[in-house]
Write a protein that binds this ligand. Sequence first.
Ligand code: DQA
Length: 142
Amino acid sequence: MKVLIINGPNLNLLGRREPGVYGSASMQECLERLYSAYPGVEIEYFQSNHEGALIDRLHEVGFDSDYKGVVLNAGAYTHTSLALADAIAAIETPVVEVHISNVHAREEIRHRSMISGVCRGVIAGFGLDSYRLGVEAVIGLR
Ligand code: DQA
């Protein structure tokens, strides 16, 4: 079983970016924890700062039944991208939306998600553990 984790813009800076909001651990540390917690799951990772590249990756895996699902942190594109929402709606592979911070406890502009309605569910506010919860959610999907 494959699970793809996709991170959007600025999430390549995890560990260095606003540590008070996003913590001081890197995505690599997060992935290593996931690889050892889920040895039977092929966890793939993709990050891009470019909207189109995120959409292309969704299209690539979106009709491949080897992928049980996608854990997507779209970063700020969450709040702006109708194109990303359309891509998620277009594909067959289920997508779980995740956020490190509790977006609902932050600025109002972060309260709106363009993608929640086309995702299978939303996880927000658990720090990097949001990714583990996202993987758990994908594994449990029917
Ligand atoms: C984020 C929340 C977004 O509002 C923000 O633009 C991000 C990260 C999160 O994981 O908490 O880049 O998706």
